[in-house]
Design a protein. Structure first.
Length: 230
């Protein structure tokens, strides 16, 4: 009954806005309705992306107009603000498919957590992905800067570095620089993922089976996303 009421409300909004029948027909259901379906959709989309065969195209004018009225994302991704990590493109998804939150170091902050809570409660997303990436500058800075150097940074840059720092405090000695950076980034992903999972609202959504939380690592060179908990 609740779903029917939701659909009726959406139809009423469309009519009030003067939508055409074609535009009404383009209002789509989410691509995925369960956590497993959502994860599979991202995996398939990334496979298309890194193999050079993307299928999703950006919407035409009618599809864009329907998105003024409603959005139906199936996943929320907390990714890095790095310009080389465009979330929708990496997963070969179109507008309205992913609720994307981007912040340097993909860290938990009040704004990021509030956005995640909003996506779970009001947009009914089924999957939360915390995604780091190859060569993350924020993680590299957290590793390489001394406490004195951090103090010289602007206040909110210090917040980012100090939020990452606990995850790499016991980083093992790894001689290969690329392997060491990957270990640091994946440790930070797991640390931030655990912080999101510790939130009571997120935990409740997971415990009810409504939501799944996974970590991921994006390799810029290959274009592939490695889901760390698989």
């Amino acid at each position: 009954m609740q779903e029917t009421n939701s659909n009726d409300e959406l139809l009423a909004r469309l009519i009030r806005r003067g939508a055409t029948m074609e535009q009404v027909a383009r209002v789509k259901d989410p691509i995925a309705n369960t956590p497993d379906e959502a994860l599979l959709a991202l995996k398939k989309g990334n496979a298309r992306f890194f193999s050079g065969a993307p299928e999703r195209v950006f919407s035409d004018i009618n599809e864009r107009r329907t998105q003024i009225i409603a959005q139906t994302p199936f996943a929320v991704v907390v990714g890095c603000a790095d310009s080389r990590v465009p979330v929708e493109i990496i997963f070969d998804q179109g507008p309205g498919d992913i609720f994307s939150i981007r912040v340097a170091g993909n860290v938990l902050s009040p704004g990021a957590l509030g956005s995640v809570q909003y996506a779970i409660r009001h947009l009914k997303v089924r999957l939360l992905v915390v995604m780091g990436h190859e060569g993350c500058g924020a993680v590299e800075a957290a590793i390489s800067m001394s406490p004195e150097q951090r103090e010289a940074e602007p206040l909110h840059v210090r917040f980012l570095l100090e939020t990452i720092a606990p995850s790499i405090s016991a980083l093992p000695e790894i001689l290969d620089p690329k392997a060491r950076m990957r270990e640091a980034v994946t440790r930070n992903v797991r640390h931030q993922k655990a912080a999101f999972e510790a939130d009571d609202f997120v935990k409740s959504a997971v415990d009810s089976g409504h939501l799944r939380v996974v970590g991921a690592y994006y390799e810029i060179g290959s274009g592939a996303v490695d889901f760390l908990d698989e």
